[in-house]
Design a binder for this molecule. Structure first.
Ligand SMILES: Nc1ncnc2c1ncn2[C@@H]1O[C@H](COP(=O)(O)OP(=O)(O)OP(=O)(O)O)[C@@H](O)[C@H]1O
Length: 463
């Protein structure tokens, strides 16, 4: 099965099941899921391999996330007390809010290059401890809040091929250039779909790309910091009936928060104002265009004078960093080895590099050591020229000048080796609905073409 073959795509009607009742047996099995070994642990929860007894033992990855962390519980306790004094209580803790956002995003996704969510178990009563009425309402409710540690359970498609591995112990690449291209092509398709749905992933990096069992397809995981904006959705009308309540979870102002993985963050996220740049020791003087509104760096790309809005372009930047990692075995912007112990200082240096410095390339790329031709290769037909000019278009400091993911998909380096590129582009395009403008314009174009090809009516003499 190849990434181009979409026949295995889940059907539109395959909705994510929301189950409000949780049962955990003595063996810690959860509802119909028989627990096997732990397969992952992240900041937000643990992931277990499970067998779904209701689906003939199908293997699923069950992500278990605590609704509240201890700090949330203290905050909730305070808010709860305020509520008892007549104040307003926000519906969820910040942890629960971000889990609900992750679920809302995954619920909208049906794509071959995105890990599928099958079921969410959300039982708010789980783990609540009943204390009794004799303590008085204030104390009783406070204790209830403190003990409320129920979890969300997300049953997802199990991707047993593991994370995309890309470097050895010496930070040298372990993938061939062609393997890199195939991986990136899969991610481009998943990302194009997400962007079309109005979703920004915000944490694209190799660790969030998993292989299927047969290592034929790469899929995007981890929507823990993803953002959905109904205004940037390109397929209006594609909403699932359960979605409207989810929309209130997302605020565009959240995009200004610095979340994601430092080395993969786009300049507009780790933004430094001009003044900061000029004062910063890490910014080299020759990178600053004196007297101009924008800051120009050696490769000609410009840092805009004002902080640009955070858009889907941040995913294109992270995708470019990922592509660079796969080709060269390390990230394009790094904290110098001489950096000091202070992590805040190092982060500042890294962000300054991302905002102000040009990136460089090695003489060869991939484990097959394909010649790059340096940062400015002369042979326009060479593999090096193609991939470096693609990186250059993706790593533009100004997001307005950065290519879109759909443009990346049409790039000659990405298309290299695809047997019918035009057909592939059409076949892999995100689904469109009848009221979407792109559908209408394509439909119009197709109709016009058809009309132009119709035999011209013969003129009837006398009319
Ligand atoms: N669908 C899946 N199939 C197989 N393994 C998975 C799946 N989803 C997650 N994992 C494993 O569990 C790990 C943690 O998952 P995930 O990244 O979703 O959790 P997280 O708490 O959001 O992590 P992070 O700290 O990176 O934000 C992954 O790195 C991966 O190894």
């Amino acid at each position: 099965m190849t990434a181009q073959d979409l026949s295995h795509l889940p059907r539109e009607e395959d909705k994510v099941r929301i189950t409000p009742k949780l049962t955990v047996d003595r063996r810690r099995n959860i509802n119909q899921y028989v627990r096997q070994e732990r397969i992952g642990k992240g900041q937000h929860g643990e992931v277990f391999l499970c067998k779904d007894q209701e689906a003939a033992g199908r293997e699923v990855a069950l992500k278990i996330m605590k609704r509240n962390n201890p700090r949330d519980r203290i905050k909730l306790l305070r808010r709860n007390q305020q509520n008892l004094r007549g104040g307003e209580v926000p519906p969820f803790s910040s942890t629960e809010h971000s889990i609900r956002k992750e679920i809302a995003v995954m619920k909208r996704c049906r794509h071959a290059n995105i890990a599928r969510l099958f079921e969410v178990i959300d039982d708010p009563q789980q783990d609540k401890i009943y204390i009794g009425d004799n303590l008085g309402p204030e104390l009783n409710s406070a204790i209830l809040m403190l003990y409320q540690s129920a979890s969300f359970y997300l049953a997802m498609e199990y991707l047993s091929g593991g994370q995309v591995q890309w470097k050895d112990a010496e930070d040298k690449p372990i993938l061939t250039v062609d393997e890199t291209r195939r991986i990136i092509r899969d991610v481009v398709l998943g990302l194009e779909y997400l962007h079309h749905q109005g979703i920004i992933h915000r944490d694209i990096k190799p660790a969030n790309l998993l292989w299927t069992k047969d290592r034929a397809i790469v899929k995007i995981i981890d929507f823990g910091v993803s953002h959905y904006s109904p205004t940037s959705e390109l397929t209006p009308g594609s909403k699932q009936p359960e979605d409207p309540s989810d929309d209130g979870l997302f605020h565009d102002s959240d995009l200004l928060k610095r979340s994601g993985t430092p080395s993969f963050l786009a300049p507009e996220i780790v933004w430094f104002s001009d003044t900061t740049l000029k004062q910063s020791p890490a910014a080299s003087c020759d990178t600053l265009a004196s007297g101009s509104n924008s800051v120009t760096i050696r490769d000609g790309s410009c840092i805009p004078p004002q902080r640009p809005p955070i858009t889907k372009a941040i995913d294109v930047w992270s995708l470019a960093v990922t592509l660079y990692c796969l080709l060269f075995g390390h990230t394009p912007f790094n904290v110098p080895e001489s950096a000091n112990e202070n992590i805040y200082h190092n982060e500042f240096v890294l962000y300054n590099q991302i905002c102000t410095r040009d990136w460089d390339v090695e003489e060869t790329m991939g484990v097959d050591r394909v010649y790059t031709g340096g940062k400015y290769p002369r042979d326009t037909e060479s593999e090096g020229f193609m991939v470096i000019s693609l990186l250059d278009q993706m790593l533009q400091k100004d997001p307005n000048k950065r290519v879109t993911v759909s443009e990346v998909k049409r790039n000659p380096w990405i298309l290299r080796g695809v047997s019918e590129p035009n057909e592939w582009i059409i076949r892999t395009s995100p689904p469109i609905t009848k009221d979407s403008s792109s559908f209408v314009s394509r439909w119009r174009q197709a109709s016009l073409k058809m009309l132009n090809n119709l035999p011209r009516p013969r003129r009837i003499p006398g009319l």
